[in-house]
Design a protein around this ligand. Structure first.
Ligand SMILES: [Zn+2]
Length: 289
């Protein structure tokens, strides 16, 4: 069994995002596209987090959320009949922009972070508010070293994760040529071992990303990397399924929401079996040929 996930979304509170990017519209468009698990985006923004709390409740799958019944009815009313059977789950996700100086160069790097529950979202919002204005934009800009952001995320809860965003973008990425680093290890320092995946973005295929990262001498061998959306194998059993590939699924078209699409590359040599996020999002990946 496989499902489609989009782990990088923005709400109406992020710059350059659609004003329609509210919970209901995100749910409807996820349904139309067959996306089973979608990021909430922007959970560190207080107004958006309030909307998340108003409209979502924990799903039976740990770490995931679903619409409250009254909002589910609204979404059903505006969903095409053919999509009504498609369930949608949300995962608490935010993109964070860090801007800081390291080794005499300005560094501007975007990161995706995920937390398993609303208490941790509150906690992280509070911690990060000390480093910048989290109200002005759904994608907050913080004066914080990438390594220190990762530390704060990891300490917030054992199931919190960080994935470097769109790693090849020149100006705002961990491996960006203009304001990034030459390797994920250099960017995250002694905590790089906890970075088990990267987002390829739209500027390279999974294979290209794999090759480029290897050339840059990153420890570990990056693994399966779809782009556009991410297709994950899943299992409802307690133990993660083994040796299942991740594949490119489809290209979204015609959305009136600006979708920040994502792709994930996994460094399987760092964790042979991964449990990405929680609940039924349990999966393992195998090395691509
Ligand atoms: Zn970004």
């Amino acid at each position: 069994m496989h499902f489609h996930a989009d782990a990088h979304v923005h709400s109406k509170y992020s710059r350059a995002s659609s004003k329609n990017s509210d919970i209901e519209h995100i749910a409807v468009w996820a349904r139309k596209k067959g996306i089973a698990v979608i990021g909430t985006g922007d959970f560190t923004h207080p107004a958006w987090l309030a909307e998340i709390k108003e409209k979502l409740i924990p799903a039976k799958e740990p770490g995931l959320f679903r619409l409250r019944p009254e909002f589910q009815k609204r979404v059903d009313a505006i969903s095409p009949a053919a999509c009504l059977a498609n369930p949608v789950r949300f995962i608490l996700e935010v993109e964070i922009s860090t801007i800081y100086k390291k080794w005499d160069r300005a560094r501007k790097i975007h990161h995706l972070t995920f937390v398993p529950d609303l208490q941790t979202a509150d906690k992280l919002m509070e911690s990060l508010s000390k480093f910048g204005n989290i109200v002005s934009d759904g994608r907050p800009i913080l004066r914080l070293d990438s390594r220190n952001l990762l530390e704060i995320v990891l300490e917030s809860e054992p199931h919190s994760y960080l994935i470097p965003a769109h790693i090849w973008t020149p100006w705002f990425a961990a491996l960006g040529s203009k304001s990034g680093f030459d390797s994920v290890d250099t960017c995250y320092g002694d905590l790089a071992q906890y970075v088990f995946a990267v987002e390829t973005g739209l500027s390279s295929t999974p294979y290209q990303t794999s090759m480029r990262i290897r050339r840059r001498g990153l420890r570990g061998k990056p693994q399966a990397m779809p782009r556009i959306s991410t297709t994950l194998p899943c299992s409802r059993r307690q133990k993660p399924a083994r040796a299942l590939p991740v594949q490119l699924s489809f290209t979204p078209r015609g959305a009136n929401i600006i979708w920040m699409v994502t792709a994930i590359a996994v460094f399987a040599s760092r964790r042979k079996r991964l449990e990405l996020t929680m609940g039924f999002v349990r999966f393992a990946v195998r090395r691509l040929p």
